[in-house]
Design a protein around this ligand. Sequence first.
Ligand code: ATP
Ligand code: MG
Length: 323
Amino acid sequence: MNIFIKDIQKTYGNLKVLNRINIEFKDKDFSTLLGPSGCGKTTLLRIIAGLETPDAGEIYFGDKCVFSKEKKINVASNKRKLGMVFQDFALWPHMTVFENIAFPLKAKGKKENIKEKVFSALKTVRLENLYARYPSELSGGQQQRVAFARAIIDNPEVILFDEPLSALDANLRDEMRFELTTLVKDIGITVIYVTHDQIEAMSMSNKVIVMNKGNILQSDSPEVIYKNPINTFVAQFVGKSNVLKDGIIRPENISLTKLENSTEYEGSVESVSYMGSFYELSVKISSLGLWKIYSNERKAAGEKLKLYIRNSDIHILGGIANV
Ligand SMILES: Nc1ncnc2c1ncn2[C@@H]1O[C@H](COP(=O)(O)OP(=O)(O)OP(=O)(O)O)[C@@H](O)[C@H]1O
Ligand SMILES: [Mg+2]
């Protein structure tokens, strides 16, 4: 199901949190709202969910208008056919895994085949054996899967995630990233995912929507966002970048050995961080400030380096954003 957001605005007191947001989430796409803390991601997600009322604009789920300020339409959240997974999982501690997952069905009075439906959802998330446990008896990753099973139990057409992995430790987060992507692909569902983590956004989504201060800056595939960022904010938010006069260059495109058709720069090493498979260097280029570059060998602070950049690797900023 496609979701259209038209001219959505939201203000809290004097604070403009969303500034005329226009965006389309395509059927079965994994779309991610990416932006810094406070930029309005959760507010937009809650507005789509019907948990927050915008000041102006319209929202369509497919052909159906679920919100219109002008037409005075506001379809209740539980009638919007969506599942939600939040950062803290929000599982009920006094209910077992089975009861937690069954809850949305019971709340809507859908009493038929509850057992079959719950076990089918448990099978999807591979937790059939843990149905009688309480949330406190589960690991973080298992709790996350229960939250996911609960979100899909009533066959939603869209699933909304708000930073669902941020409470997990780094290793588990990597694992769950992969698992969540596989699960939603298997079910074949439209996903709107919120995060401030660029790796999460780039690795999971087929569409990334970069927000800042209540505005959408750019909306495109992860590859286009990375290779053709519209401005320095987007460039720096989706990866490391070095600013040149006419654009930006990613660290991985700066070479310490001479390249054909390249421009040479001189710099001196300010600091060195060992990253496991490579070294990240901060190199001072006299007229251009500090650059981040990658090296296979350790370099010493103060060491003089020659750097080579191909013009074709410079990303010119200010292309047309495909919002
Ligand atoms: N109910 C509310 N009342 C007043 N201000 C609010 C309310 N909810 C959110 N805000 C403000 O709106 C702005 C956007 O908040 P929002 O929660 O949408 O940000 P976010 O992008 O999700 O940030 P984070 O990454 O920290 O979760 C913030 O400045 C926040 O303080
Ligand atoms: Mg938030």
